[in-house]
Design a protein around this ligand. Structure first.
Ligand SMILES: [Zn+2]
Length: 198
């Protein structure tokens, strides 16, 4: 009887050790996940370089950059670009908190094509939205994100119509952990907007 109790106690100890190890493993996973937060550090670095306050990345009004980028990447498959074969996708986050997606749609009559950013913003605006908080943009040939894809001049002006250029964030991404972030004002300084016509 005593022997079986000892054996049972041994089994319990082994199970406890296993549980402890599992807990350690979870901790490791969490810290590994933590390392994916490094882009935020990069953003802060970029912010300090540009002289912008760092508070934006930790303020209550902050947003999930990784989620926005992932949504843009996932939406790249909806691009229609048989002529350039350059597939662009954008995910635009509005002040309401809603996210709208857009992809570039080309046309045999080339000027009739529309950019991904423009499509995403138009979709948001026709849904009743008026103010952009941030946009994530990805692009690359053959439905693969190869390198950074910055918005064209026309799209920068479209963004200007529905944002505060000092506040709006433009993210151009290669992956959820590799991206550049800047304000619209940095991309489009001395811009012309609705207030010019007041
Ligand atoms: Zn464009």
């Amino acid at each position: 009887m005593k022997r079986s109790i000892i054996v049972l106690t041994g089994v319990c100890m082994a199970m406890l050790l296993l549980l402890l190890c599992a807990a350690c493993g979870t901790g490791a996973a969490k810290s590994a996940q933590g390392t994916t937060d490094t882009p935020k550090n990069k953003i802060n670095t970029a912010d300090s370089k540009s002289g912008k306050p760092k508070a934006s990345s930790t303020s209550k009004k902050d947003f999930d950059r990784v989620k926005l980028i992932k949504m843009a990447i996932k939406n790249q498959k909806n691009s229609y670009a048989p002529y350039s074969k350059y597939n662009v996708s954008a995910a635009v986050l509005m002040d309401s908190g809603k996210i709208y997606l857009g992809a570039n749609i080309e046309n045999a009559s080339y000027p009739a094509g529309v950019c991904a950013e423009h499509n995403a913003i138009d979709y948001a605006v026709q849904s009743g939205e008026r103010k952009i908080k941030a946009i994530a943009i990805v692009g690359g040939a053959d439905y693969i994100v190869h390198d950074y894809c910055a918005p064209c001049g026309i799209c920068r002006q479209v963004m200007r119509e529905f944002s505060d250029p000092k506040q709006m964030k433009v993210i151009i991404a290669v992956s959820p952990t590799k991206y550049k972030e800047m304000t619209l004002e940095e991309l489009l300084p001395e811009s012309f907007g609705p207030s010019n016509l007041d």
